[in-house]
Design a protein around this ligand. Structure first.
Ligand code: 5AD
Ligand code: SF4
Length: 444
């Protein structure tokens, strides 16, 4: 009998992408085989996100279509839903969607394949959304589409309770992994050809709380940076309140650690920051930017911004605009505020009309594009060090890679150089991409 085939659709953040790699690996271990596409699959897993309503709606919309496919033409189709929507809605999903077979919570990933197998073997529909900390996952997982780069989870959950954010409710309390297994995982990835790792956590700067012997995130970076063969280390996400002088020093001093930091500001207005429960002021944030740039000249800074948080007046929004102008980020992700049931902000009046949120979003997107374009233009004619990843998804005739500052560079094909750091001359730029030409190899 041929193996049942599976397909995973992933929504949301990089943690979910990583989790999907583990799920794929564990389904293969259970004897399933990857399907060519969603249409061919006999088992479909939706790994969901609930950070904004739109993300949740997308996943549940697809679930509705798949339920119909199961009713109308594929009664044997096994449907599983995991990730943050699973954790938020729990068993109720099984009642709401009779075609759904498995609901698996964010801390039960290690059981997903077993739950799917149970259904394939004729067992009942089932859910597991228990809240105990996720145990150490095995090292076997399917490779990231680029074998050059990989994610490594260093901690899960979040204790910050930003007023708008659902994450602490669906991912649970902060739990750090011990450094030993993290370093072992990095070794394992490097043996498989990986050159760059991104350490993941909802708030990596809080890494180490509760671990014995004591270690902080800078200490973890030191351990990871020593792994032979590792060319680059990145990490996301950083909460500005937890960026310590030791971390700034580590970014400046440890060679593999890229000069790049994603540390979301969310708003430029103190009263909004306070209502968001962010625990820093605009002045403290700007001071942090100054200290980072002083110790790590040329560091690429990026942020997340929310527009239309309850009570965000025009004047408040202008302060976000002026902060973006002052910092001149290298990149920004900008979101319209979306109330999430159960969070503190959901009790506030969502008083900024959708059209105003939309206009503010457009304004910031245009501002950031202009800044990114100006910054990229300054690179024309210069050489940048690029880690070659492989062919570009948008244009199979071009190759792509990234600079240490995380800028995407597109250049001519060079299959023999995948995984190497090469030097490229920047010829032309857009706000989000550098177009270049390879020069001589350059380890950097
Ligand atoms: N509405 C809009 N954006 C949100 N984010 C988190 N929660 C919400 C919400 N309720 C954004 C924040 C965070 C990023 C991952 O998503 O900017 O940094
Ligand atoms: Fe979405 Fe947040 Fe869950 Fe990631 S942790 S999948 S961003 S809700």
């Amino acid at each position: 009998m041929s193996s049942p085939t599976f397909f995973i659709r992933t929504y949301g953040c990089q943690m979910n992408e990583l989790d999907s790699e583990f799920i794929a690996g564990s389904l293969v271990e259970h004897g399933l085989a990857p399907a060519a596409g969603i249409e061919d699959a006999e088992v479909i897993v939706l790994n969901t996100c609930t950070v904004r309503e739109a993300a949740e709606r997308k996943a549940l919309g697809l679930l509705g279509l798949l339920a119909r496919r199961k009713r109308e033409r594929q009664p044997g189709l096994v449907l599983a839903l995991c990730g943050c929507v699973a954790q938020a809605k729990r068993e109720a999903l099984l009642t709401q969607v009779p075609e759904l077979d498995v609901v698996c919570g964010t801390r039960r990933l290690h059981r997903l394949a077993e739950l799917v197998q149970g259904v394939l073997d004729g067992g009942p529909r089932t859910s597991d959304v228990a809240e105990a900390a996720l145990p150490e996952l095995g090292l076997e997982r399917t490779q990231h589409p680029s074998r050059v780069k990989a994610f490594v989870a260093v901690m899960r959950g979040c204790d910050n309770y930003c007023a708008y954010c659902i994450v602490p409710y669906v991912r649970g309390r902060e739990v750090s992994r011990a450094p030993g297994p993290i370093v072992e995982e990095v070794h394992h990835l490097i043996e498989r050809g990986v050159r760059e790792v991104t350490l993941l956590g909802q708030n990596v700067n809080a890494y180490g709380r509760g671990l014995e012997p004591p270690i902080d995130f800078a200490g973890l970076l030191e351990r990871v940076a020593e792994v032979p063969g590792l060319a680059r280390v990145r990490f996301v996400t950083s909460h500005p309140k937890d960026i310590s002088p030791r971390l700034i020093e580590a970014i400046g001093a440890l060679r593999p650690v890229c000069e790049s930091l994603h540390f979301p500001v969310q708003s430029g207005r103190d009263t909004v920051l306070e209502r968001m429960n962010r625990k820093y002021t605009r002045a403290q944030y700007l001071d942090l930017v100054e200290r980072l740039r002083k110790r790590v000249p040329g560091i690429a800074l990026s942020t997340d911004l929310i527009v239309g948080f309850p009570g965000e007046t025009d004047k408040a929004f202008k302060e976000t605009v002026s902060l973006v102008e002052a910092v001149r980020y290298d990149g920004a992700f900008i979101f319209k505020y979306s109330p999430r049931p159960g969070t503190a902000a959901a009790t506030l009046d969502d008083d900024v009309p959708l059209e105003v949120k939309q206009a503010r979003l457009q304004r910031l997107l245009a501002l950031q594009d202009a800044i990114s374009l100006e910054k990229n233009r300054a690179l024309v004619g210069q050489r940048v060090a690029v880690l070659v990843e492989g062919s570009s998804r948008k244009n199979a005739e071009r190759f792509t890679g990234r600079t240490r500052g995380n800028r995407i560079v597109v250049f001519e094909p060079c299959s023999e150089r995948v995984g190497e750091i090469v030097s490229a001359e920047v010829l032309d730029v857009t706000p989000h991409t550098l177009h270049g030409r390879l020069t001589q190899p350059a380890e950097a």
